[in-house]
Design a protein around this ligand. Structure first.
Ligand code: ZN
Length: 423
């Protein structure tokens, strides 16, 4: 086992960790707490993305009330010796897994429309929670019966720190979107959800900021401009790509000296799109990483976003039921080749299909958020409709979900749903 260079204690708050504190903002001045040479392998541990706000119980209140200013808690930053702006930081994901005997559960949440929302928040405005048992890589949930499979474990979030210049660019363009939305919500949303709709972007806030090991005065000032970790950006960040599993090699653009690499938001499994938003099986985890450098790699390879070679450790599923959606809303409104609308329709089709097997809509949503579904942009040229598909692996169910073998309705209980106090 490689040496643990970043350690967490899931029973302690994020700012009282045994070693260095994790960090939950992107800023070039957050000091590195781990040093690595190219070629070096090490183990990093990470808290779950909320830092322990959601526990193993049957109540969804924690999901409804989650403090989203705190997310995501990341391991690092790691300073890779010799890394300079313009390089690509090569990171091999050698191994990862749950923190056995310290935290052996994962959680999935539907965020309430008033607090975070999600892809289908207009259909599922209330908070819901399912708890998953992590039996090594095999997952199952008392809240979602008759589903058990090997998950596709991966970090939802990884990347290098932005330069000051890049940070300012992010803040400017995201504030521009917020302003545009305030002026005319319809110009942003293809499915407006009314007055209580979730934000279109999250501007910097010092509320909830944990700036790693930065001195407190300096930290408070930096937090006012530090980028939230919510979206993916050109450095990587919260890309939630399920295929970045064991055996993957990722090349991250470097923007500051040393790279200042951070990683976290581990998922025991996730479907393409992470459609419940808190949609994967969220977990605390370890990862074994090996660092390398491609000097001037951004220029050499012509990229300024991450590139990766997926691992091939699986799990692999051979049989699927695939659902189609087009860019026409549920209300029959025609959109112009919009893959987002099309993927919503494919997802809603899959949810309605699973309801016929006895799941509730929320259970079905959690299945699609967590099982390794394959989401594809099948067509983006056949005006006016984009076509998206959602392929659901049959192997994640204990029974046959084939259209041919429709077995009728069975009561499969429900997950915990908490009414929205504001809704
Ligand atoms: Zn996550």
């Amino acid at each position: 086992m490689p040496e643990v260079r970043f350690e967490v204690d899931v029973d302690e708050p994020p700012d009282e960790q045994p070693g260095a504190n994790p960090f939950n903002r992107w800023h070039p001045d957050i000091p590195a707490v781990v040093d690595a040479d190219p070629g070096e392998t090490m183990r990093l541990e990470a808290l779950d993305w909320t830092g322990g706000q959601i526990q193993d119980n049957d109540n969804a209140d924690e999901v409804r009330d989650v403090d989203l200013t705190q997310v995501h808690y990341l391991a690092g930053p790691v300073h890779v010796n010799g890394a300079e702006p313009g390089d690509l930081l090569k990171v091999e994901f050698l191994d990862m897994g749950p923190l056995n005997e310290r935290s052996e559960f994962g959680f999935t949440g539907t965020f309430s429309q008033q607090n975070g929302g999600g892809f289908l928040t207009d259909h599922f405005p209330d908070a819901a929670k399912s708890i998953w048992d992590l039996d090594g890589y095999t997952v199952s949930s008392r809240h979602v019966p008759d589903v058990r499979y090997q998950g596709k474990i991966h970090p939802g979030l990884a990347g290098c720190a932005p330069s000051q210049e890049l940070l300012e660019e992010w803040n400017e363009r995201e504030q521009g979107l917020i302003d545009k939305h305030e002026e005319n919500p319809e110009s942003i949303h293809n499915h407006p959800t009314g007055e209580e709709e979730p934000p279109v972007a999250n501007p910097p806030t010092k509320d909830g900021a944990l700036m790693g090991e930065m001195d407190s005065d300096e930290a408070e000032q930096a937090a006012e401009e530090a980028a939230r970790t919510v979206p993916p950006r050109e450095h990587g960040g919260n890309h939630d790509i399920k295929d970045l599993s064991i055996g993957s090699t990722v090349y991250f653009p470097v923007y500051v000296e040393g790279g200042k690499f951070g990683i976290g938001d581990f998922h025991a499994s996730q479907g393409d799109g992470e459609i419940t938003f808190c949609g994967a099986i969220e977990m605390a985890a370890y990862i074994d990483v090996k660092f390398g450098l491609v000097k001037e790699g951004m220029d050499k390879h012509g990229v300024d976003h991450p590139i990766f070679e997926p691992g091939n450790r699986g799990p692999t599923f051979e049989d699927y039921v695939t659902f189609c959606g087009y860019s026409v809303t549920e209300d029959g409104e025609q959109h112009y080749i919009d893959s987002h609308v099309a993927y919503r329709r494919a997802s809603l089709q899959a949810i309605d299909y699973l309801k016929k097997f006895g799941y509730t809509g929320q259970q079905a949503l959690h299945i699609l958020g967590t099982a390794p579904i394959e989401g594809r942009q099948s067509g983006v040229v056949d005006v006016p409709n984009a076509c998206s598909t959602l392929a659901l692996p049959k192997g994640v169910f204990d029974f046959d979900i084939s259209p041919e073998n429709f077995g009728g309705h069975e009561d499969r209980g429900d997950i915990s749903v908490t009414d929205n106090p504001l809704g």
